[in-house]
Design a protein around this ligand. Structure first.
Ligand SMILES: O=C(CO)[C@@H](O)[C@H](O)COP(=O)(O)O
Ligand SMILES: [Fe+2]
Length: 221
């Protein structure tokens, strides 16, 4: 089975020592650093802004995968790009002109991604796929870490894998929410190549991060 890239969500890190936590997951084998930005309006939670991303940037050379749960989203693209985001992913529900939003992200020199909520069908990608470098399938409703994986999203991952393969381009297919050692292999079998994992990475504290990431990659021992 393919070895996935692992993108720990720092939403589950110790917020009192975020820089240290980012360095710890980097050393432990994280491939990307997943940053959940929530505005208390698009989703019922409030997290971090561009100033925190900027402060964390020197703590790792790994790509910063910034998941914007913010509406309206367009106002914030430049600030997160300048703060050091490498990937910026947006929800189609977070603005009136998704295609233009993706154009803007790319014009800022960043990889652009669309995030698909559990209740949103994959066909939202039909006229956007040429504009994306990654697709993020939410396997929980956005807003919180530590929720249970929604099984129905596996079928959606399979459908999006077929859509991506038909483009002939390299587009990452990322899954976010409730990913652990049990659900990870099912996501990979369905066609995912990047797994976001908050609780499953950070559980047990820093001494466990390397083993947790290895287990998500399917490596035991
Ligand atoms: O975007 C989100 C939640 O909105 C995620 O990135 C979660 O933070 C993932 O946490 P776990 O489900 O892995 O604990
Ligand atoms: Fe996320």
């Amino acid at each position: 089975m393919t070895t996935p890239l692992i993108a720990p969500s720092i939403l589950s890190a110790d917020f009192a020592k975020l820089g240290e936590e980012v360095r710890a997951i980097d050393t432990a084998g994280a491939d990307w650093v997943h940053v959940d930005v929530m505005d208390g309006h698009f989703v019922p939670n409030l997290t971090i802004g561009p100033a925190v991303v900027k402060a964390l940037r020197p703590h790792s050379d790994k790509p910063f995968d910034v998941h914007l749960m913010v509406s309206p989203v367009d106002l914030w693209l430049e600030a997160f790009a300048e703060a050091g985001a490498d990937h910026i992913t947006i929800h189609p529900e977070a603005g009136p002109h998704t295609h233009r939003t993706l154009q803007t992200i790319r014009s800022l020199g960043k990889k652009a991604g669309v995030v698909i909520n559990p209740g949103t069908p994959e066909n939202v990608l039909e006229y956007l796929i040429d504009m994306v470098d990654l697709v993020l399938v939410m396997s929980v409703n956005p807003g919180f870490g530590g929720q249970s994986f929604i099984d129905s999203q596996l079928r959606k991952i399979e459908a999006i894998r077929t859509m991506i393969d038909a483009t002939g381009r390299d587009i990452f297919l990322e899954v976010d929410g409730g990913v652990d050692v049990n659900t990870a292999p099912r996501c990979i079998a369905a066609g995912a190549d990047v797994l976001v994992a908050g609780s499953a990475t950070f559980k047990g504290g820093p001494d466990r991060y390397a083993a947790n990431i290895a287990a998500l990659k399917g490596k035991t021992g």
